[in-house]
Design a protein around this ligand. Sequence first.
Ligand SMILES: Cc1ncc(COP(=O)(O)O)c(C=O)c1O
Length: 362
Amino acid sequence: MVEPRPELSKLSDYVPGKSIEEIRERYGLKRIVKLASNENPLGASPKAVEAFHEIADSLHLYPRGDAPKLIDAIAKKYGVKTSQIVIGNGSDEIIDMVGKAFIRQGDNCVGITPTFSVYKFTTLSNGADFIGVGEGEVRTSLDDLAKKIDGKTRVVFICNPNNPTGAYYTEKEICDFMGKVPQDVLVFLDEAYAEFATASDYPNMAAALDRFPNLFVNRTFSKIYGLAGLRVGYAMGSVEVVRALWKIKPPFDVNQAAQVAAIAALGDTAHVEATCKMNAEGVELLTREFEALGFKVLPTQANFICVRIGERAKELVTFLESNGMIIRGLTSFGMPEHVRVTVGKPEENAFLLTLVKKWCEA
Ligand SMILES: Cc1ncc(COP(=O)(O)O)c(C=O)c1O
């Protein structure tokens, strides 16, 4: 037998949100709503869809691997140099590239927990240890995180707002933290949900990149821009860090449909605003209604809410699925009593609440 690298024995499979097809096959239902993967319920920006159709005639051509137009558009939006930006096939791939470029066998990486599982996956698959700080609902303090950094630490992962809790760190907290991190440790600040944040002290860390050469800010087109199926992520940091990632980046990973759609989506502020407005209203409604049913809802700055259901959380998830509503149980995040619900369109939120009330009354 051909043996894989020994590090792989430590890895568990990624657990994605269940798909609509899966639930349709299992329960034979017509109407299925998925509020499990933090996708944009309004879909992609119409301008992105138009750009996607327009590219159909040149699908036989390779994309420009260096994606100059997309990089330029991102640079203009954030006021950073084009040499400070890297793109990837979703930010998943950027995390993977960070692992390949910076994490060595025997190193460690530190991160708040519970959080997005890909940080740990990347760390372990590169032969390093993952030191998670925090558990459950408690918002880990960045001081506690800083204390775990030692001579072997290569990368610190911070998800802000955090998936799955929705908690966030302020600009002051992040800047104070950066002051405690040695310059040779990369801080991977994952801002996948940043555009949904409404708190006035939510940071603008892209503007602080010149002050912190070891800060690396990650964003994605999968959430607010509704392009999860096309796979485009981007990250910004110092020229040196970015250059290292371009070296190991697969040459044609971000396809041309993804590139043109992402450029169009960046320019579609109306779609972004409509999404944010609907999200803020949905957060308010879902929070109020779940609380009225006696459940604890964690404050969120993202496009999802984390709800403590209690011991019967798994039962609720199964009940909802059998009625055509997919949400995310959080056992794989180490929070078996909680669920994560993506904020949907008003009618989707209403459908969810009707089912949850039915379950509570049963
Ligand atoms: C915090 C966080 N980072 C990154 C990703 C991956 O996003 P992408 O679709 O860009 O790979 C996700 C996806 O759910 C996420 O929740």
